[in-house]
Design a protein around this ligand. Structure first.
Ligand SMILES: Cc1cc2nc3c(=O)[nH]c(=O)nc-3n(C[C@H](O)[C@H](O)[C@H](O)COP(=O)(O)OP(=O)(O)OC[C@H]3O[C@@H](n4cnc5c(N)ncnc54)[C@H](O)[C@@H]3O)c2cc1C
Length: 454
């Protein structure tokens, strides 16, 4: 650990039991879901905004990096302490402070696990729609920092659509509040929106004010299996053209299905080349009616089998298959690059065709699955070390195709470490320079999560 780290002062701020320096403790805070890893010099687990502020003031005085961390499930290396310093774990700030049933609001600390918030509000007939596939272990603070999307974004939008206000500790140690409890507020610059999606580089989020909705009365789920990937992609367009808004519309290609079937030791698709998983919600009557219409469209688009979940058990079985894709890909090849491209929805068949061509050209195994309903596809390249150069070329070609179609190189996972080299491709030099000026204005010493995004 560098001598510059004021361990005694840090210990005084968070308490002896919440400052870790032993190697085995540092390892636990050194990585995220990208498999990138780098050891912090110490781990601090503050219990309040005041403690976070005190740590950031020390960091400014002594010039050491501070890297905010939720559950470490990020897919772009955001919480990996690439330049060492203090890993700032928000895990102790895990309270649901308030659920205001009259105004449909929740106040939560950043370390609350997203799935716990879902359960808590649903028990009161309320609904917090953002639903990353990692919801059982990621945190709301991480969701805010990444502007996480998820399975229900097609109908309900993403995290930024539910954040009304924040308490944030700026990199210099000042504590600010943004937004208000009113549904409308245009007082000054929208610092809430600036912070949401800033990937832990502009401030540490210490409290979040969230908008809630009434819980829909009924949910209905159906899965459709296709012999041909193009048919499945075409079905997505047909559903959206029918002016039905499903709450989820997930796409899984044949390679992903095979990986899940091996992982779960279960035949799900009888060898299909693609699966769509569709869910609608509303009143019991409207949900029944819409899922019936969707089943018809799925069949007309060429499905070899359409399965409607008859009960909660059947629904959970279908979701288990979808949510097991990421872990099932872990052992297929030595390495995995996970991209998270987004295109206008009508371009889904086009981009899947382009990716297939790029995979053939470079002789690479590329697996596609994800949130087809909002145009966000997780493109995973599985490879061995000797193919690294081919993978780099393939990623550039995929991003070029995505941008040509009016899309984005990252729909929901953020830029972090893994996509920093490609950000200029999307935003151009002037926008990049503006982003860097914002960062420099808020974090003049560059101590908060250095090495990320740029
Ligand atoms: C199996 C799997 C499925 C996933 N599915 C989805 C999905 O469907 N949709 C989706 O959007 N993402 C998904 N993800 C990615 C990931 O879960 C999200 O990005 C999530 O928001 C990260 O939360 P976390 O608590 O793990 O944050 P971390 O990984 O710990 O941190 C992520 C970033 O947030 C910053 N950060 C964390 N807390 C704070 C804070 N309080 N203040 C400021 N900055 C902070 C960190 O510095 C880092 O840059 C998935 C990941 C996995 C492993």
């Amino acid at each position: 650990m560098p001598e510059t780290l004021p361990v005694r002062e840090l210990r005084r701020i968070v308490g002896a039991g919440n400052l870790f320096t032993a190697p085995e403790e540092l390892v636990a805070y050194s990585y995220d879901a990208t498999r990138a890893e780098s050891l912090p010099w110490a781990v601090a687990r503050p219990a309040s905004a005041v403690e976070v502020a005190a740590i950031l003031q020390l960091a400014n005085r002594d010039g050491f990096p501070v890297v905010p961390r939720g559950a470490g499930t990020g897919m772009s290396g955001g919480s990996v302490p690439v330049q060492g310093g203090v890993a700032l774990s928000l895990e102790r700030m895990d309270r649901i402070v308030e659920i205001d049933e009259e105004n449909l609001l929740a106040v939560v600390q950043p370390g609350v696990v997203t799935g716990d918030l879902h359960r808590e509000v649903e028990a009161r007939g309320l609904f917090y729609p953002p639903d990353p596939a990692s919801s059982q272990f990621c945190t709301i603070g991480g969701n805010v920092a990444e502007n996480a999307g998820g399975l229900r974004a097609v109908k309900y939008g993403v995290t930024k659509d539910y954040v009304l206000g924040l308490e944030v500790v700026l990199p210099t140690g000042a504590i600010i509040r943004t937004g208000s409890r009113a549904l409308k507020s245009v007082a000054g610059y929208d610092l809430t929106r600036l912070m949401v999606g800033s990937e832990g580089t502009l401030g540490v989020v210490t409290e979040i004010l969230l908008r809630l909705l009434p819980l829909p009365e009924a949910v209905r789920t159906a899965a459709a299996f296709y012999r041909d990937m193009e048919d499945a992609a075409g079905a997505v367009s047909r559903i959206l053209k029918a002016r039905i808004m499903p709450r989820t519309l997930e796409f899984v290609d044949g390679e992903a299905l095979r990986a899940v079937e091996r992982y779960l030791k279960q035949d799900i698709s009888s060898g299909a080349a693609a699966m769509l998983l569709v869910e609608v919600d509303g009143t019991t009557q409207s949900a029944e009616q819409e899922i019936g219409l969707i089943a018809t469209i799925l069949r007309e688009a060429g499905a070899i089998r359409v399965e409607q979940a008859k009960d909660e058990e059947a629904r959970e079985r279908l979701w288990k298959a979808r949510k097991s894709i990421s872990p099932s890909l872990a052992g297929v090849r030595a390495r995995k690059v996970s991209e998270d491209i987004a295109v206008p929805r009508s371009r889904i068949p086009g981009i899947l065709g382009e990716i297939r061509g790029i995979a053939q050209k470079h002789d690479l195994l590329i697996v596609n699955f994800g949130h087809a309903g909002d145009g966000n596809i997780h493109t995973n390249i599985l490879f061995d070390d000797q193919d690294s150069a081919k993978v780099e070329a393939a990623v550039k070609e995929i991003f070029t195709a995505v941008l040509r179609m009016g899309g984005s190189i990252s729909g929901e996972h953020g830029i972090g470490l893994s996509k920093a080299a490609y950000l200029p491709m999307e935003v151009g030099p002037e926008a990049l320079a503006a982003m860097k000026r914002i960062k420099a204005a808020l974090d003049p010493r560059g101590i908060l999560n250095p090495g990320k995004i740029f």
